[in-house]
Design a protein around this ligand. Sequence first.
Ligand code: 26V
Length: 797
Amino acid sequence: MNAVTPIAADALRDQIQRHLTYTIGKDKGHASHFDWRMAVSYAVRDLIVDSWFAATRKTYEAKGKRVYYLSMEFLIGRILDDAVVNLGLHDQIKAVLAEDGIALDDVIADEPDAALGNGGLGRLAACFLESLSTLGCPAHGYGIRYEHGLFRQRFSGGQQVESPEDWLNQPHPWEFERPEASYTIPFNGYVTDEDGQSVWHPAETVHARAYDTPVVGWQGRWSNTLRLWGAHPTELFDLERFNSGDHTAAAAPEALARTLSRVLYPEDTTDSGKELRLKQEFFLTSAALQDILRRFLSEYDDLSLLPEKVAIQMNDTHPALAGPELIRLLVDVHGLDWARARDIAGRTLNYTNHTLLPEALERWSTWLMGRVLPRHMQIIERIDAEHAQATGCAPHLRIVWQDQVLMGTLAFVMAQHVNGVSALHTELMKDTVFADLHMLYPGRILNQTNGVTPRRWMRLSNPALSRVITDRIGSGWESDLGRLSALVDHAEDAGLHGDIRAAKTANKQAFATWLQNTTGQIINPDAMFDVQVKRIHEYKRQLMNIFETIARWSAIRSNPDANWTPRVKIFGGKAAPGYFTAKDVIRLINDVANVVNNDPATAHLLQIVYPANYNVSMAQRLIPAADLSEQISTAGKEASGTGNMKLTMNGALTIGTLDGANVEILEHVGAENFFLFGMTAQQAAARGANPGHARSAILASKPLQDVLQMIAEGRFSPEDPSRYHGLVDHTWNHDPFLVTSDFDAYLQCQKQVDVAYRDTTRWDQMVLRNIAGSGFFSSDRTIKGYMNDIWHTQSLL
Ligand code: 26V
């Protein structure tokens, strides 16, 4: 298929104008940025719709296999900017708007982020959708249309305060509501046996209604669909109650139903065991599977063909009810016998694991599962009985164990393929959490190292660097990122070094300007921008970074005339609202910033920046401006990381541990271009098993003792000196993620970073080799891996 037909500037101007007038109902003279954004969005959307229809037609004609990506999270960010870049319309639209004195950047910035995800897992799903379209793989993403995405974060007295996010409080121009695509989702009630047939009599039902968003790939060659489900009541309204005057009670059924798609759960580790969360998971899963079967049966009449024509990916265990739900639909609704249904389901479903942290592995009490989904509880027990029968496994390897349904085990047993998200993570799956299941089902686990889309994360967010690259190696790298390796032919080229450096400097300046305009804080764009952006988690060790910052501040004060490398330490990220230790870390960073930033003796050498509400849009500004990428998790804990990849391809050097995809980044860019420190996963596991590890590490490190002492004395919280006693005590006596054991190595490594940064020729070389080595980390490569090894499907381009 050809790229979308280029549109003439005149036609584009007419389309935008037409939408402004007739869709939005505004006159140019009175149009706000919002009005212009709507008009531009509709005009751009019109151009996508043609390629979208063409792709759908082609898939039906080719009778191609379809991929369905089931995910509770899609962390999309803005849509207009990405669509404009993928269609190659940026310069044209910019020129058209300029005629009316409107800046395209302002129009783009008016769009709220679609923040339907917590972090890595949700952003990965969004990158995958874009790559699926770029590669022409027929696919649907299925998720929930949360009315409120991830909470907004602000700081009050340095502490995180959450408020609801409200992206749908204004028209959303990218979606098409499909009232005709609606399914009934049952809950609760009881099951009867009628002549050997199980019949579920649900006590409650809601409707799942489809809302479709087209996802356009690079150059508009293909578009897939993101189908999000909104919950609607099956019974609208209690008219009798309304007429009798009880207006609130009359609306109760409606309110109750809508809670299902009201808000994204902001926890990303602890499974809170909440009934509403379980209901959300079933809501997504059941709606998706009913839709998949309806589409399949519109093309084929033999359900045994399902595994040949459909591949379903479960993004973590959140949609793991897909196993029992698919069996239920095949047996109870479509009349297949159990054995055939079980076999079909097992050859259609696949499962990706995204974390080994035990507290993040979902489990539901049999009591709750049996009450909310009584029929599924029966099916799960039968799947489990057959699993036990076939493998002769020990009780703790059963799906139901100690009155809990283990969703990881359920997903594993039901899947054809199970994959990890980096080479190290996949090996650890085989050696630790899934070691026994791996023995029982050998060959089932495979690896697909994560990737990110270079369209959003380079071409769109870093046009300056993109131009430099295209000037040297030509265009085409955007959809074939391995071509970046051609840059090594210019590794010694001082002209290229200068161009890359100039792009970085411009990005740093732009970030500094944005920061000043939004927060008032003024930073030195000539200093090294040292960036740690990700969810706040103990295992990611933001605490180690702020400890190092304190040690650095103290060292500068004692020795102000040493040859210091000026740094701006930049933090970004949210903590789960109930994660108190993480919230303490946020407050500490802000308290330290308050003291350090106001110290005239050090201000020219060290600044701390923590802009509130880190999200996809902020990432797009910040990542292109970074010099140093902090990837310092305890080895063995970060499944992959994807921010590490984005920072590498944007020319930031990594200081990091041998964890997740850092291992592969190091291999691809070369060990001499990577600041490696710290224990390996094996060493960390051994060290953590020694109960006195923290105390002995602290006693062996004078700098660390000093840092802890300063915090404990209240140097950063003079109005409340005991504020961090809990955190300091936790560090001395528990330190579950081994901050203390890796601290000295980290400190030393940071000193090497300082030295390297001052040697600009060496730094420029390292940057170039990082960019050149980052081609492997395109999500196109990842998706090709899934297509070949997991889905067994082909591109239709
Ligand atoms: C977990 C849970 C647990 C139950 C309650 C709700 C909830 C919501 C989200 C999550 C997700 C945690 C897993 C996650 O985000 N993993 C990250 O996945 C990235 C993509 O594979 C990977 O790069 C990160 O290393 C990994 O932490």
